[in-house]
Design a protein around this ligand. Structure first.
Ligand SMILES: [Zn+2]
Length: 297
């Protein structure tokens, strides 16, 4: 015997879905509109007389979750998504192609991912939520030494785990090798430099000195700053700003402008890769900067 669902047993329904010991009397139209999988499934189930409605067994969820799940089709009893049910929601939303449920899960994660970055990344990885993937990866990479030991870490796809390891390793190598960049200086002077500078050698020396002092600021970066990429990035950006401030009041020639504004930033980004704040903190002046990985199309 089944018990009738207290929330979703509609007397005028025309199909019965059985989840474990609970019966849901629902409407074919609503189910078909919300889900392509149900549309196909129901087209195979013949209509029957009112007294003996057709039944479909749903085996991969619990009555409680399914009841909440149906509130996206019958919104008068709407139940908001929470961390407790989101994983199962996504699972049936994906299996039965309920776009509205996956959309609601994505919306929930957009405003809650920072509470559980690893769980968010796992869901984003599995259900291809691009925005959540990038944002939660910032927080996971920022405490990677802890998250990689978490039992849930293995729930990430092999591809995502590899991408995280690669990004983190790249970053730690970049930090420890920043001074080696000095050896690869390939700055090109402005075409008029040699003509305009009476003493080109002293101009060249000056630029070399600036370059040295740029790297001098990073001398103190060491393994202490390696634990959290955002902390390292903060230290680095602080040094950068100080460097700019020291020279910003000079009147720059075209060549110097090219050196300070163009060349150094390019060098820097080429060495460290991209980093940015969390999207919702972007307008904060003191926002921390993070490294991240992205879902490719
Ligand atoms: Zn020059």
């Amino acid at each position: 015997m089944f018990q009738k669902s207290s929330l979703h047993y509609y007397e005028d329904g025309d199909i019965i879905l059985i989840v474990q010991d609970t019966a849901f009397c629902l409407h074919r139209n609503y189910l078909s509109m919300a889900s392509k999988v149900f549309r196909d499934m129901l087209s195979c189930v013949t209509s029957s007389t009112d007294k003996d409605l057709s039944r479909i067994n749903i085996t991969d969820t619990s009555p409680l979750v399914f009841e909440k799940f149906l509130t996206f089709i019958y919104p008068q009893n709407f139940v908001p998504i929470t961390w407790d049910i989101i994983s199962e929601f996504c699972q049936i939303g994906d299996k039965y192609e309920f776009a509205s449920v996956l959309g609601a899960a994505e919306t929930f994660l957009e405003s809650h991912f920072y509470e559980k970055p690893l769980s968010s990344l796992i869901l984003a990885d599995r259900y291809l939520f691009k925005f959540i993937y990038k944002e939660s990866s910032k927080l996971v990479l920022n405490r990677f030494h802890e998250y990689r030991q978490h039992s849930k870490f293995l729930l990430l796809s092999h591809k995502t785990r590899s991408a995280l390891f690669e990004k983190y390793l790249d970053f730690t190598i970049s930090i420890t090798t920043i001074c080696s960049l000095k050896k690869h200086k390939d700055f090109h002077h402005h075409s008029l430099c040699r003509l305009n500078n009476l003493s080109f050698t002293s101009h060249e020396c000056e630029i070399n000195d600036w370059y040295e002092s740029f790297f001098e600021r990073f001398r103190l970066l060491n393994s202490d700053t390696l634990l959290s990429p955002s902390k390292s990035m903060n230290v680095i950006l602080k040094h950068l700003m100080e460097f700019w401030r020291d020279y910003v009041n000079r009147t720059w020639t075209e060549c110097e402008y090219r050196f300070f504004n163009d060349y150094l930033s390019k060098q820097f980004i080429a060495h460290f890769g991209n980093f940015e704040p969390l999207k919702f903190e972007k307008s904060r002046r003191d926002a921390e900067h993070y490294i991240f990985i992205e879902l490719k199309d």
